[in-house]
Design a binder for this molecule. Structure first.
Ligand code: CA
Length: 220
């Protein structure tokens, strides 16, 4: 028994997957492809994706922004959780990665729910705000370059509606957030973001130690 978060070893994590994961064949194929690549570690964990999909259904989200698409696994899982008229604005700057994503979105017949913007995400978010889309989105999932987390968060907070959810990935950064010897730009940026979110009273928060750490912020 434990009154703190359980330390999940490999065997226990495999049990969690074996007893709870419901990955579609396209999702599984995409994960297998990612696992064969050097950058595959950028994909979120499947149990984490399933958790976000459940949140999407719980709040009956219809409009989502994803900042950082990579090869589209998280996008695919989120799209599957949306109703047929739902929409994801997917932001990334890498054509090679998102070409892989597009292929799998088509295979899963969810490509009509996803609009891909190949541009710096801050520019895409600014354009959405300037085009009158403030308070229009249900969920924003932030999982891109860490030094811009605060920039994405502020824009995301403008774009989600009251009651909307901001999900931020990698907030534990492999545990490096507590290694004071690590003063790299990414680690410092994540520490700064975490400290900022802790005292931001515009949102209700929870840091969920799933995957590499997922912070949830609900706009008041
Ligand atoms: Ca990530």
């Amino acid at each position: 028994m434990a009154n703190k978060t359980l330390n999940t070893n490999h065997a226990l994590y495999q049990y969690i997957l074996s007893i709870s994961l419901r990955d579609s064949s396209v999702q599984q194929n995409l994960r297998n492809e990612n696992a064969d690549t050097e950058m595959g570690i950028m994909q979120i964990s499947p149990d984490q994706a399933q958790f976000i999909a459940l949140l999407i259904k719980l709040i009956q989200a219809e409009k989502i922004i994803e900042v950082g698409t990579f090869t589209g696994y998280s996008t695919l899982v989120m799209a599957n959780a949306l109703p047929d008229h739902g929409k994801i604005i997917a932001c990334d700057i890498n054509k090679a990665w998102t070409d892989i994503a597009l292929h799998h979105w088509q295979q899963a017949n969810v490509d009509h729910k996803i609009d891909l913007y190949l541009a710096p995400a801050a520019d895409t978010l600014d354009k959405l705000i300037n085009d009158g889309n403030a308070n229009q989105f249900d969920v924003i999932f932030i999982d891109a370059d860490k030094i811009n987390y605060l920039n994405y968060y502020e824009r995301g907070l403008t774009l989600v509606k009251p009651g909307g959810l901001i999900c931020v990935d990698n907030v534990l950064w492999g545990g490096n957030v507590i290694d004071n010897a690590d003063q790299s730009d990414d680690t410092v940026a994540i520490r700064d973001f975490n400290a900022f979110l802790h005292t931001d009273d515009r949102v209700d928060i929870s840091l969920v130690p799933i995957g590499d750490g997922l912070s949830l912020a609900r706009k008041k």
